[in-house]
Write a protein that binds this ligand. Structure first.
Ligand code: NAD
Ligand code: TDX
Length: 335
């Protein structure tokens, strides 16, 4: 029999997108307008930070656990008996995967296997896997739809593609009630300042230049994080089991244009943009056809890039201390 208030496990809930999703759930936008019971599972790697959920303290349960640790996870599943699992936890940064793929293989592939095996064992109602647009590889023109071939290029993308395919295999083999969501590039408040938008803002706050790889011609489809969280919630509530949904904004922009727009928003000179060595194997362009999500689920993005960057800059200027607290780690990454 269905419980009135669903119990939802959110893996990676202390991360950038996971925490935005938890905040959204706590606002009572769950299936029947009730606030669900939320259990966050997160290892708190360099990227995880409970400060993102400080204002929600006491409204959710938290387990500091590695999703690869089957024993600990099994105890959590046995105790909590979740109805739904939304699986965000991952190593998420392409540049780090190029430096060393080890943790990407462990967390993104093995971790996904562990969490799916337990979801199967405990007979949950729904498993939502947060994949990525990067599983398709790059596309010079046109858009990827959900039937486009999986052809990842970076170690990060390959690890996510492996997990995505593993989820598909579990849907087919074990009839696990899973759905897959493939979002495009997110940006917004609380993003770890290793990714383009948040790093660029931090560099400007520090009085430094913004590094743009190659000649800045690579195109990304920018999705404001709250729009992404709303899209995931919509799929959780209305999506069809076994289906894959692209989640993109249509806000495509070359990196050079994105950074220029950001510098303008920050009110600083465009001379602060500095071309640096290109990323190895750098994907030229990502572009998603998200019509399936628009039409079947009724979700649409609400925040365009100009407005989203403005909101992100406003937030960042108010949260400079948090961004700066990551500087030591960032300077180690981008020596
Ligand atoms: P993030 O790096 O900000 O957060 C990841 C979270 O997972 C962190 O809180 C971290 O502590 C946790 N984590 C990492 N390894 C873990 C482990 N072994 N066990 C438990 N927890 C662990 O990432 P994000 O940007 O919020 O991305 C969330 C998900 O969305 C990821 O699966 C990512 O691949 C996917 N995604 C991200 C984007 C994007 O633009 N950021 C776009 C598409 C898809
Ligand atoms: O300093 C930089 N300069 C620069 O030009 C950085 C960090 C990035 N870039 C470029 C590389 C990309 O073309 O900007 C673009 C965006 O880079 P990232 O922010 O690192 O994101 P990307 O590599 O596109 O991957 C992101 O989108 C898909 C997320 O990190 C992934 O988790 C998600 O799956």
């Amino acid at each position: 029999m269905r419980k009135r208030i669903p119990k939802i496990i959110v893996t990676g809930g202390a991360g950038f997108i996971g925490s935005a999703f938890v905040r959204l759930l706590l606002r009572g936008l769950s299936p029947k307008g009730s606030v669900p019971s939320i259990i966050v599972i997160d290892k708190l790697t360099y990227a995880g930070d409970l400060k993102r959920l400080e204002e929600e303290k006491g409204k959710f349960k938290f387990y500091k656990t590695d999703i690869c640790n089957k024993k600990q996870l099994e105890a959590i599943f046995a105790k909590e008996k979740p109805d739904i699992v939304v699986h965000f936890a991952a190593e998420s940064h392409v540049d780090r995967s190029i430096n060393d793929a080890t943790s990407f293989i462990e967390t993104n592939i093995k971790g996904t296997q562990v969490i799916m095996d337990l979801s199967r064992k405990f007979g949950i109602d729904k498993f939502i896997f947060i994949s990525t647009d990067e599983v398709y590889g790059e596309i010079a023109s046109g858009k990827f739809n959900e039937n486009s071939p999986i052809k990842p290029n970076s170690p990060y993308a390959a690890s996510k593609a492996a997990a995505d395919l593993l989820v598909q295999s579990y849907i087919r083999t074990y009839k696990i009630p899973a759905l897959i969501i493939r979002p495009s590039n997110n940006y917004g408040p609380w993003q770890y300042p290793e990714k383009l938008v948040s790093l660029a803002i931090l560099r400007i706050i520090e009085g430094k230049n913004v590094p743009v790889y190659g000649r800045g011609q690579n195109v990304r489809e920018w999705l404001y994080v709250d729009d992404c969280a709303r899209g995931i919630l919509a799929v959780m509530n209305k999506g069809k089991i076994g289906q894959v949904y692209n989640l993109g904004s249509t806000c495509e922009s070359r990196n050079i244009d994105t950074v220029k727009l950001l510098l303008k928003t920050l009110g600083v000179s465009l001379n602060r943009l500095e071309f640096v060595n290109d990323r190895l194997g750098h994907d030229l362009r990502y572009s998603l056809d998200s019509k399936k999500l628009n039409r079947k689920i009724g979700w649409k993005p609400t925040i365009k890039l100009t407005e989203g960057l403005k909101l992100t800059v406003e937030w960042s200027l108010k949260h400079q201390a948090w961004l700066k607290s990551k500087l030591k780690d960032i300077n180690k990454l981008y020596k």
